[in-house]
Design a protein around this ligand. Structure first.
Ligand SMILES: Cc1ncc(COP(=O)(O)O)c(C=O)c1O
Length: 376
């Protein structure tokens, strides 16, 4: 992440009273603390077992892998068996391992015009070049079910375009499904790996729906790459945290996860509404799409400027956001854009946060004078 953005976000997070419209954090009030505490104690109390405290195999807990495989089968990826799943230390590690095995420095990776910053940073740090999906590429990184930062599903044409390219057998796709379960309308999307099992490395996580602190995600590579991916996982950190896996597996076996997901969807849909309403009222000149899921809205303007300067002005007005440049494939700051997260703040604070943002915008434009002219 750009050091200046990191520094400003830390200042905002530490300053009491700042309304945080930045970050891809889930709402802490949804963390199933009591149920996880019960699972934790039960797991530790099991006689004659290692209770997740012992080393395990690099691929992870078999029962957990089996749960993940059956969930993917339910969504249409009927080929996925427990033996196809590798438990990772979050989705971030799964993306890292996939990129490490698939690409070499200098390779071009097709990504959307805006995408998940930590994946873009990772690709750049590996010496990979970011390209548009319709260019000549060695592979793709995409979020077909629910994208970050826009919270939208791929249209049928974009999906088909990638599937056509995968059919040639020359390229692979990393499918990041981090937000797939958080579709507000409850649609269970069909993962891309269901339609191209041999070309897609499917990535998932419990971070968004359950809690990121467990650091449990997964990777389902094509079978031909499984052993290579497993070796990469072992080289990286031997295995994902055993205790977190054991607690999670017990939690999933003894609680109604579908009910938790449904409640989370309704909860976030309400907050998304609050943000969209506030944006229409306070920043009518900005453009955005209503998200179908996820934690955020990507807001665009036609003003030239520096989004980090704008963040600095916004923090002085008591509100934070994620500067749009971090999401852009090209890294451009102009025209000004931003990702606004609705997940972590209640509706009244979202409304107040957007009002503060509108005031910050006015102050920024006033201060920048002619430099904030409409971009051509
Ligand atoms: C699209 C996307 N993929 C992956 C991740 C990383 O998830 P994890 O916490 O499982 O590493 C995030 C987190 O913000 C994300 O937004």
């Amino acid at each position: 992440m750009d050091r200046r953005i990191d520094r400003l976000q830390r200042i905002g997070a530490a300053r009491p009273g700042t309304i945080l419209l930045s970050g891809g954090l889930p709402a802490a009030e949804l963390f199933p603390k009591q149920a996880l505490a019960r699972s934790f104690l039960t797991v530790l109390d099991q006689p004659n077992r290692t209770n997740g405290l012992q080393y395990g195999w690099p691929e992870g807990d078999l029962a957990l892998r089996s749960w993940i495989a059956s969930r993917l089968r339910r969504r249409g990826a009927v080929h996925v068996q427990s033996d196809d799943v590798i438990i990772t230390s979050g989705a971030q590690q799964a993306i890292d391992l996939a990129a490490r095995v698939l690409y070499r420095p200098g390779d071009r990776v097709g990504v959307d015009a805006e995408s998940y910053p930590a994946a873009l940073d990772l690709f750049r740090s590996r010496g990979l070049q970011l390209a548009a999906a319709d260019e000549r590429v060695a592979g793709f990184y995409c979020m077909p079910s629910v994208s970050n930062p826009r919270g939208l599903e791929f249209g049928p044409a974009a999906r088909q375009c990638i599937l056509n390219r995968l059919e040639t057998g020359d390229v692979s796709a990393i499918e990041d499904d981090a937000y797939a379960e958080l579709r507000f309308d409850g649609t269970e999307t069909r993962p891309l790996c269901a339609d191209a099992p041999d070309g897609v490395l499917h990535v998932g996580t419990f971070s968004k729906v359950l809690c990121p602190g467990l650091r449990v995600g997964w990777l389902v590579p094509p079978r031909r790459l499984f052993q290579e991916m497993l070796a990469a996982k072992q080289e990286a950190d031997l295995q994902a945290g055993g205790l977190a896996q054991a607690v999670l597996e017990h939690y999933l076996r003894t609680n109604d996860y579908d009910a938790h997901v449904a409640a989370a969807r309704d909860f976030y849909a309400g907050r998304a509404d609050a943000l969209v309403t506030a944006l229409r009222k306070e920043l009518p000149q900005a453009s955005f799409c209503e998200p179908q899921g996820s934690f955020a809205v990507f807001v665009e303007t036609d003003l030239c400027g520096d989004d980090i300067d704008l963040l600095s002005v916004s923090l002085a007005h008591g509100v934070s956001f994620d500067p749009g440049r971090a999401f852009r494939r090209e890294g451009r700051a102009s025209p000004l854009s931003m990702r606004l997260a609705f997940a972590c703040e209640p509706a009244e604070r979202i409304a107040e946060g957007v009002a503060r943002l509108a005031a910050a915008f006015r102050a920024y434009v006033h201060r920048s004078g002619d430099r904030a002219q409409t971009a051509t």
